[in-house]
Design a protein around this ligand. Structure first.
Ligand SMILES: [Zn+2]
Length: 409
């Protein structure tokens, strides 16, 4: 039979057959009506299958005709490989083993290479859109992506961890919608994901670590509230806790918002008008406020002393993380607290006192340089992944998708 040729160009010939050549099989026929193609592979009678365990030749027990989907071929979007699955028997190992061509995954009736392609598309597209590129329904796209991630993603690297970040994330609406995550603070790799935001959700991470792996962790970044601190103190008595900048700034935004709401209730007339609708301009970085917003913000701050003070202190607060030496950072923090307390604003004083209490755990960032960039980028990543998968109800799949994204980020 003549070999069909895909192209012939300057003496380079790419044969379609080469795409389906596989040990022990011969290509019987390749046919296509343009939209669909079928490749028929028959077992080469001159070959004997070999045992995977001891490499001995096996006796052929039986052959069955099966089909598997493969990658598209030119205009043929759907390609079916029809092949003989050969069941051999190894008398040394006293076991049966079935041989298939082209790395076909029997349970999914597809070749590994088309499953990998689907998984790649699932990285960028919602499951329901994969069919725009490959003839796969969303439920198969989901199962194939899951299979590829399960078998091909590496295990979390738990050796030589130096700094980790612990955080809770809302993945669904409502009280039960939280998960606990642990991230390698240096490279952003997701190391742990567990249902809930309680002690157990974090304990289950430490139970995966050997004593030596625990000892290598010297710093743990986290939020002030929540039960994680007690778990870390118990599991890693020598590690330093670093309160995360991201969370502290977020807490401060809540303080500004409380002052804004109180001022609104207390104000009347034009002063009240200035406050209205300024929530986001107050919380944005100044460089992100547009010209119109700047005018409105100026009016508001001129009319309201409390908000003005809180707004100016917001900028000062962020400077705390620019210090490289713990002593300078401590001095700056104390200075900030003094300014905040002097203002005599109840909401600010409460925040300032909390900051002073946590001084050690805030200035420890100088030593460990734990920045919240990883937490912030992980937050963006988690919402992207959940959005793409249309709200992941399955925690195992969420773990795989987030791990994949965190490894390639
Ligand atoms: Zn054997």
């Amino acid at each position: 039979m003549a070999h069909p040729r895909l192209c012939s160009n300057g003496g380079v010939k790419i044969q379609i057959r080469a795409l389906y050549q596989t040990e022990g099989y011969r290509i019987e026929k390749i046919s296509s009506d343009g939209e669909r193609a079928q490749v028929e592979l028959l077992w080469d009678e001159r070959c004997k299958p070999r045992c995977e365990q001891c490499s001995a030749l096996m006796r052929i027990n039986r052959k069955t005709r099966q089909g598997a989907m493969d990658l598209p071929l030119a205009s043929a979007g759907f390609v079916l490989v029809v092949y003989e699955a050969v069941q051999g028997y190894c008398r040394h190992c006293a076991r049966y083993e079935t041989v298939r061509p082209l790395e076909i995954v029997e349970q999914h009736q597809a070749t590994l290479r088309v499953m990998r392609q689907v998984s790649l598309l699932c990285r960028w597209l919602p499951l329901a859109r994969v069919c725009e590129f490959l003839p796969v329904v969303p439920s198969s796209a989901y199962r194939w992506d899951r299979y590829i991630l399960q078998t091909e993603l590496p295990e979390p690297r738990l050796d030589g961890l130096e700094a980790i970040l612990v955080d809770e994330k809302a993945i669904r609406k409502g009280q039960g919608g939280f998960v606990t995550v642990v991230i390698n603070a240096r490279n952003g790799e997701l190391l742990h994901l567990a249902e809930g935001r309680n002690k157990e959700s974090l304990e289950s991470f430490f139970s995966k670590l050997t004593p030596e792996q625990k000892r290598s962790i010297v710093a743990v970044g986290m939020d002030r509230s929540g039960p994680y601190r007690a778990v870390v103190k118990k599991q890693l008595p020598k590690a330093e806790i670093v309160l995360d900048k991201f969370h502290i700034i977020a807490n401060y935004h809540e303080v500004i918002d409380r002052i804004r709401r109180r001022s609104y209730q207390q104000a009347s007339g034009p002063a009240r008008e200035f406050i209205k609708g300024q929530r986001y301009n107050l919380l944005r970085r100044p460089e992100n406020v547009n010209a119109q917003g700047k005018v409105a913000l100026k009016k508001l701050l001129a009319a309201n002393a409390d908000l003005h003070t809180a707004y100016v202190l917001k900028d000062e607060l962020q400077q705390l993380w620019l210090y490289r030496y713990p002593k300078s950072a401590a001095k700056a923090l104390e200075g900030w607290v003094e300014l905040a307390l002097d203002a005599g604003i109840a909401e600010l004083s409460r925040f300032a006192n909390g900051l002073l209490e946590a001084k050690e755990q805030i200035i420890s960032f100088c030593k460990h340089q734990l920045t919240s960039a990883k937490i912030e980028s992980f937050n963006a990543l988690i919402s992207r992944v959940i959005h793409k998968a249309c709200g992941i109800s399955n925690l195992d799949y969420l773990w795989l998708k987030l791990r994949q994204a965190s490894l390639q980020a």
